[in-house]
Design a protein around this ligand. Sequence first.
Ligand SMILES: [Zn+2]
Length: 113
Amino acid sequence: MVKRVHFYPDHDFPGEGVYSVFCPGCKCDHPFRVGKSRNLPNWSFNGDMEKPTFSPSMLVNKDRPGGRCHSYVENGEIRFLSDCFHDLKGMTVELPEMDDDGDPVLNLQKGEG
Ligand SMILES: [Zn+2]
């Protein structure tokens, strides 16, 4: 099964935890907390590990424009808004697949020459 999300369970609260996606703009994980028991910011999740949708948006480094990433994860894709710092701003790309350890499966190819 293709997974584009890795789940880190919260052992104190069954069914809750952090769903992490790999952001190809920042080249790091963005964690979506699901569940309200810890009174932390949390998101709703459609439960689909292959084609995840979270809402509302993910906003990283809100107060630091040089590192800001603002996106929507919808149906397995990540849609970057125009206020991102990185080159994928304004674009929608497929989320990378995740392996069982929560590492992205990146299809890196050797260049020619
Ligand atoms: Zn990002």
